[in-house]
Design a protein around this ligand. Structure first.
Ligand SMILES: *[C@@H]1O[C@H](CO)[C@@H](O)[C@H](O)[C@H]1NC(C)=O
Ligand SMILES: *[C@@H]1O[C@H](CO)[C@@H](O)[C@H](O)[C@H]1NC(C)=O
Ligand SMILES: *[C@@H]1O[C@H](CO)[C@@H](O)[C@H](O)[C@H]1NC(C)=O
Length: 555
């Protein structure tokens, strides 16, 4: 009897203390487990409460504002910061109060007494938001996560709700447990820039994806794409690079650092030292880098950042990185087709990687080479006898066909090429140099021809050989240059398919030349078929293949 009474009395006292402990917030007993002593199970449904912080990075001694807010009321709370890699470990750092009426500091760690290593409520008054300041200790782990137990009402509570992870200096938070990015909701709940068109990053590893959505004063960005080193995007006032507000997600041996940077033309982007990015998370899997972060629309603390209420073009770039330093992208960036207000209504944006001018250049060069370089030359060489005396505007037709195509070839196409090179300065490798060499050689040809010695001169053979040599050299270099040209990443041609097609065309031209040469020198019996017809059929065929190939490659 006595035993039962004592037991009941002790139980009663325990219950009373824990209930009063809950009401006045003196919940030191819960320091380690963060579990309220209510003898009930924590609620496992999605909680209506969120923890946010005003920085993603910290240094020892920094103050970080931690906000617990809810779409529903709560009565009690317990907030701590712990080592993000050891969430069962001791509380870290110390809190100071913003509103001592509704919050109080608790002394949690028994081993190393730190006043204020946790905060809790002071009464069970209903509230929807609480702010406290967390001060980073001098010795802190690289990543720290905030945790909160929130009591909606006596028996309804959520245990150890995971809050934001912040990191020291250059260290980036651990991968977010968030679900993979998806293109679902693009155009309705968020704006997206996707390449290739309508791919979905949740199933397609070959998908470049940028989405952003505005909630209140913050904009959340999600960026994902297949890349070895980094993926990045930039807000730009124009379609050219330079003076852009850039955001980089750099993979450094499995860890991703998420940085805001400012690009100034062609130099390495200046990484911002001010932390304006919050709620940072990342994931690396299957060669895909994913990262997300939030940013407020206006960032007066970092004036270099663009305000997101304005209209910008979006660039998405990717490339390789080494020791966390990015290399210049070898691919042309994806550029949105038009500019958009970031905080504007959700929209699906399309983009293009290759400036149209570059495509025109490619198509023109290919057509020019195929028609003027091959067909034109073949006509000049082998069809001269067919129209020996026919004239148009007083000049022989074969002469006109040959030299006018060559002239168009030189004037129009090379001008376009040079303009393009000047404007873009893209890293095109050997292609522009080879192209220039061809151009110089091609200019030499008519000049040499103009000053050639008379047909009966004793030095005529020098000219003949020189003319032949320079012509062939130009053609060979042109072919090599084309192979370099079509491999340029920015054209997004389906390499190696295009190289195969071009090789086939080159072989076909060589075979055709050989056949015509043999034909001309009577090796193939002329009597077998009508010489004129065979040549014409070959010519028309070559002409059609040229056009078809050029169009197919670039459309
Ligand atoms: C969780 O909380 C909601 C109220 O927000 C309540 O309706 C529900 O029954 C709770 N679930 C559990 C398992 O406690
Ligand atoms: C976060 O808030 C605290 C307290 O208001 C302030 O001292 C600190 O500078 C803020 N940090 C940033 C990055 O805004
Ligand atoms: C964006 O906000 C700034 C500062 O409030 C304002 O000056 C500017 O006019 C706004 N731009 C747009 C497009 O609303």
């Amino acid at each position: 009897m006595w035993n039962l009474q004592t037991a009941l009395a002790i139980l009663g006292t325990l219950c009373l203390t824990s209930i009063s402990g809950y009401k006045n917030g003196k919940v030191e007993k819960s320091c380690e487990s963060m579990m309220p002593e209510h003898h009930s199970q924590p609620n496992t449904t999605a909680s209506p409460y969120t923890l946010t912080v005003n920085a993603s990075k910290f240094s020892p001694g920094d103050n970080i504002r931690v906000t617990l807010s809810g779409s529903e009321h709560f009565e009690g709370f317990l907030i701590q910061a712990r080592d993000a890699t050891n969430l069962d470990g001791p509380a870290i750092g110390s809190f100071t109060l913003v509103d001592p009426e509704i919050s109080q500091r608790l002394t949690c760690n028994s081993i190393e007494v730190r006043i204020g290593s946790a905060v809790s409520h002071t009464s069970n008054a209903k509230k929807t938001e609480i702010q406290v300041i967390w001060k980073a200790p001098s010795k802190a782990p690289p990543t720290v996560q905030f945790l909160a137990t929130v009591l909606a009402h006596y028996k309804i509570f959520w245990l150890k709700l995971p809050g934001p992870v912040i990191s020291q200096g250059d260290v980036t938070p651990a991968p977010s447990q968030s679900t993979t990015f998806t293109s679902e909701g693009c155009g309705t709940s968020k704006s997206c820039l996707i390449d290739p068109v309508s791919c979905n990053p949740s199933v397609d590893t070959n998908c470049f994806f940028l989405s952003y959505s505005t909630l209140g004063q913050t904009v959340s960005f999600e960026l994902s794409g297949p890349a070895q080193g980094y993926v990045s995007f930039a807000l730009s006032k124009d379609k050219w690079m330079g003076d852009d507000d850039a955001y980089l997600c750099i993979n450094d041996e499995g860890r991703v650092s998420v940085e805001a940077a400012h690009t100034t033309g062609r130099t390495y982007p200046e990484v911002s030292s001010k932390s304006v990015l919050t709620d940072v998370g990342w994931r690396v899997s299957d060669g895909v880098i994913q990262c997300k972060f939030s940013r407020s629309i206006y960032t007066p603390q970092d004036p270099v950042r663009f305000s997101l209420n304005n209209s910008y073009y979006l660039f998405v770039a990717h490339g390789t990185a080494e020791y966390g330093m990015i290399h210049r992208h070898t691919w042309q960036p994806l550029i949105s087709s038009h500019h958009q207000i970031i905080t504007g209504p959700p929209e699906i944006l399309t983009g293009s990687r290759s400036p149209l001018l570059m495509k025109y250049h490619g198509a023109l060069m290919l057509i020019a080479w195929m028609l003027a370089g091959s067909t034109g030359k073949l006509m000049a060489a082998y069809f001269k006898p067919d129209w020996p005396e026919q004239t148009l505007f007083g000049q022989k037709i074969w002469f006109q066909v040959c030299f006018y195509t060559v002239r168009v070839y030189i004037n129009v196409v090379y001008t376009v090429m040079l303009l393009f090179q000047l404007m873009s300065g893209s890293e095109a490798g050997a292609h522009p140099y080879l192209g220039c060499t061809v151009m110089i050689l091609a200019f030499c040809q008519p000049i040499m021809a103009a000053f050639r010695p008379a047909p009966d001169s004793s030095r005529r053979w020098i000219f003949n050989w020189l003319h032949w040599g320079v012509g062939n050299a130009a053609e060979i270099i042109a072919v090599v240059s084309m192979f370099f040209g079509i491999r340029q990443q920015s054209l997004l041609l389906p390499y190696p398919w295009t190289t195969g097609v071009l090789s086939a065309f080159v072989v076909w031209t060589i075979v055709l030349k050989l056949v015509l040469k043999l034909h001309k020198h009577d090796v193939i019996r002329k009597g077998l078929y009508q010489q004129f017809e065979v040549k014409n059929i070959l010519l028309i065929y070559l002409f059609l293949t040229s056009i078809q190939l050029s169009v197919q490659m670039f459309m």
